[in-house]
Design a protein around this ligand. Sequence first.
Ligand SMILES: [Zn+2]
Length: 194
Amino acid sequence: MRAKMAAAFALGFAAGVLCLSVGLWWTGALGTTLRTEAAGAQGEGERETLGVAKTVHLAIPIAGVAVKDLTDTFNQARAGHKHEALDIPAPRGTPVMAAGEGNIVKLFTSKQGGLTVYQFDDSRTYSYYYAHLDRYAPGLREGTRLRRGEVLGYVGSTGNASPEAPHLHFAVFKLGPEKKWWEGTAIDPLPLFR
Ligand SMILES: [Zn+2]
């Protein structure tokens, strides 16, 4: 008799544990789904309205330039592709400042961008890209940490920019999961200054 009761108890206990773990697994899975959906919605929000959950506020990287002075050049067509960046005209040699806080990840010279800087924000969510620089700020290195407003270089026309029209080409990329400086999805920088 006692053996039978013990067996029934053990069976009930096992069933209970099973129910509990299935329940935990289900709520866990549900939680993951909800988080993924929230993250997706957040990505959209940044691109569209920038709104709600995680917003980046950037400083205009050229001193004395106000939002009203900027022309939205993000959707302009350029040789076979969309521009996907903001061009800020300025005299050659005008200081270019970090739009946000973060480390310099790459100093790179390319045919199109000329002398460029890639900076990651501290959460490694975004990369800020500065191109056509005339020269870098003295002492600037990969790994240098910049605060918003610190000078990283000077406006120029290196790369494919017209020598008669020096400007800063500034882009913001949302980084992929592997956080590679050359991979990302371009975001319109203009609303990030507001
Ligand atoms: Zn440009």
